[in-house]
Design a protein around this ligand. Structure first.
Ligand SMILES: Nc1ncnc2c1ncn2[C@@H]1O[C@H](COP(=O)(O)OP(=O)(O)OP(=O)(O)O)[C@@H](O)[C@H]1O
Ligand SMILES: [Mg+2]
Length: 379
């Protein structure tokens, strides 16, 4: 039994009687039929009804069946076209096969022969559909595989970079602990204090690194809440004040008292700004040219946005470094950096539909400007 269900056949013959007989036979087989009496009319119907199968006489007055076949194949190469030929029309039949006709049957039409030709046409349609399904699922599989490979590759890079970082952090933790224990033995309080300070600082670094890894691994939807911008900026500055104090870097906060509120993911945005402030402090520490350093952390409320600016007078960056600051795993800090910080900061800002820009001059310093819309944009 052929799967005629839902298939429409366009029947083309200039003889009304033949069309009538064929239409009845085809409908008995379960097909829907539409009819045309010449090639021109047939092509118009083909364009509006899009039948999957066309059964056409080869010899017709005016434009013949082969011309129709060519036009149909040109319009939709997947249409199955069965040609009806008269006795002795072998050359025409062969020509039609050259133009990709599915089959041909000879007049007088034997219904069994027609049914066999139609079965072949239906099989071709089914196989083609299956092939298309396979191809698209294969394409999907290839896409997923590529994504997985990319993910694995960046995971490999991250593990390498993190192991490197952890190794350094463990060494400095051991150094701190050594100072504490040798201070204990010698009853040397200042040595112990020095050791504690080093261990604390390392613990802070480990904490930040773990947070960054978590942010990287688990990108989640934003959890937006209304936040007072001034209070928020003060909290961010508070997180880092001891670090700045210890390193003798002045943190100059200039917050707009009337900045108002913003609807943001406070935890995420906090982490984003901390990453920039930490980099600013690192940049000041690395700069041996100046004797004192300062980081200015400003926040200003605009009509639709809140703008944060973090400017340091540290080592600054050359053009090449500045171009790569937001790249995953880009770091110039060796074992003291994973290169996740600004990648994550950028991602968080983008998630808030905000913008981030950086200007920097080697030896002079760097400025980051982050603009965050007060409310999420409406799509
Ligand atoms: N304020 C700055 N001044 C100079 N260079 C900077 C500054 N901020 C970022 N950079 C450069 O950009 C690089 C990438 O910064 P990012 O915060 O992404 O990584 P990182 O600080 O090296 O490591 P971590 O993942 O621990 O933050 C830094 O290694 C540094 O070279
Ligand atoms: Mg950093």
């Amino acid at each position: 039994m052929i799967d005629a269900k839902g298939k429409t056949i366009l029947l083309v013959d200039d003889e009304q009687d033949i069309r009538d007989v064929l239409a009845v036979a085809l409908q008995d087989m379960g097909y829907r039929t539409v009819e045309a009496e010449n090639a021109q009319q047939a092509f118009e119907i083909f364009q509006t009804k899009s039948p999957q199968i066309v059964v056409t006489d080869i010899k017709m007055p005016g434009s013949d069946g082969i011309d129709l076949l060519k036009k149909i194949k040109n319009e939709n190469p997947e249409t199955e076209v069965i040609m009806i030929t008269g006795h002795g029309d072998m050359n025409l039949a062969i020509r039609s096969l050259k133009h990709k006709a599915t089959d041909f049957i000879t007049k007088p039409i034997n219904v069994d022969a027609l049914e066999i030709a139609l079965r072949r046409a239906c099989e071709k349609i089914t196989i083609r559909r299956k092939m298309q399904d396979y191809t698209s699922s294969l394409e999907q599989l290839i896409r997923e595989k590529t994504e997985l490979q990319d993910h694995l590759a960046s995971l490999g890079l991250m593990i390498g970079s993190i192991s490197h970082g952890i190794k350094g952090l463990v060494t400095s933790l051991e150094g701190g602990l050594y100072l504490v224990s040798s201070g204990l033995k010698k009853n040397d309080l200042s040595r112990m204090e020095e050791g504690c300070k080093a261990a604390n600082e390392t613990a802070g670094r480990i904490h930040k690194m773990v947070l960054n890894i978590l942010y990287y691994a688990k990108k989640r939807e934003l959890n937006r809440l209304a936040v007072e911008a001034t209070e928020f900026a003060t909290q961010v500055a508070g997180t880092l004040s001891s670090r700045f104090d210890e390193n003798n870097i002045r943190l100059d906060c200039r917050f707009d008292e009337n900045a108002g509120s913003m609807t943001v993911d406070g935890d995420y945005l906090h982490a984003a700004l901390v990453n920039i402030l930490e980099n600013a402090s690192d940049a000041c520490l690395k700069d041996r040219e100046k004797s004192t350093h300062q980081v200015t952390f400003s926040m200003a409320g605009r009509k639709k946005d809140v703008v944060f600016t973090i400017a340091d007078d540290g080592i600054g960056m050359d053009h090449g470094t500045r171009e790569q600051v937001f790249s995953l795993f880009f770091s110039t800090k060796g074992r003291n950096g994973t290169g996740l910080g600004l990648f994550i900061t950028n991602r968080i800002v983008k998630q808030h539909s905000g913008t981030i820009s950086v200007t920097s001059t080697p030896g002079k310093g760097t400025e980051f400007v982050i603009r965050i819309p007060r409310t999420p944009p409406v799509d």
